[in-house]
Design a protein around this ligand. Structure first.
Ligand code: SAM
Length: 258
């Protein structure tokens, strides 16, 4: 399902809201008051949200790092409990610099930043990048988390497939490149949350994901970490150096220089 590059908002917001104008310019969206698109980005309640219009009872998908759910997740996160922390190589006195090259709605990158890593998100889909930009902007204004969020998290709207375009945009080469491309699901599972279904309708399967591994290897100083569903083959069919299992996923780790 496709969405056109528009953000729907009220006439007043389109005229008066400077932040909304900035958002539209940054990601190439037209601001409109009406649209027929089945998937729409809508400016609602001071936030950017993605709606599947025919699913009337379904809420919008947004990025909200300031919610109580996100606060709980953050407070629960510890380097001992988080499998992702082991996967990227966090140690008591070491926090790698991470390029989260398939950022999506930013959850994994946010957990890593909450654990103390500097994280750069890369996201190529303009709608997803705009949702994440908006979530990051609101988190930066939050008195509880704004300081460290501003220091540790950055977003670049770009594809990760071409390392030569990405590296000049980074202050330093990342210690770790983290990849979590979309993977076609085995079956339509009822357990997939409604909001994830909307996200999947928007992004589809990342059919070119195999190409990410070579690009990531060129960028990472220490390791490339790939999150995979437990039933999926390794990315590009390439055997990792080792694997760490979590409940529903595994992390395939490719060592570069460790
Ligand atoms: C499964 S989601 C990532 C979820 C994320 N780890 C999280 O915690 O929210 C995959 C995302 O990677 C993005 N993506 C896929 N290939 C990409 C590429 N070559 N460059 C940048 N982003 C890419 C997709 O647009 C999608 O938003």
């Amino acid at each position: 399902m496709t969405t056109s590059l528009i953000i729907k908002a009220s006439e007043t917001e389109i005229e008066m809201n400077e932040y909304l104008k900035q958002l539209s310019v940054e990601f190439g969206f037209k601001l409109v008051t009406k649209s027929d698109s089945p998937l729409q980005l809508i400016w609602q309640d001071g936030q950017l949200q993605l709606f599947q219009i025919e699913q009337k009872n379904q809420g919008g998908v947004r990025v909200d790092f300031c919610s109580s759910q996100s606060e709980y997740r953050r407070n629960q996160a510890s380097i001992k409990k988080e499998v992702i922390a082991r996967a990227v190589g966090i140690k008591a006195n070491y926090r790698p610099n991470v390029l989260d090259a398939t950022a999506g709605l930013g959850r994994d990158g946010f957990v890593l930043a909450a654990l103390g890593c500097n994280v750069t998100w890369l996201e190529r889909h303009p709608c997803v990048a705009a949702l994440l930009f908006d979530g990051l902007y609101r988190a930066q204004q939050d008195p509880n988390i704004g300081d460290w969020v501003s220091q540790r998290l950055k977003l670049i709207h770009s594809s990760a497939l071409t390392s030569e375009d990405i590296l000049p945009q980074l202050a330093q080469k990342p210690d770790v490149v983290y990849l979590d491309p979309m993977y076609p699901h085995k079956k339509k599972s009822a357990a997939v949350k409604k909001e994830m279904k909307v996200f999947q309708s928007l992004v589809g399967a990342d059919l070119d994901a195999d190409g990410l591994l070579a690009s990531a290897r060129k960028m990472a100083v220490k390791r490339v970490v790939v999150k995979r569903p437990d039933y999926a083959k390794p990315l590009n069919g390439e055997k990792p150096n080792f694997t760490i299992d979590s409940k529903k996923h595994r992390f395939d780790i490719y060592l570069i220089n460790e």
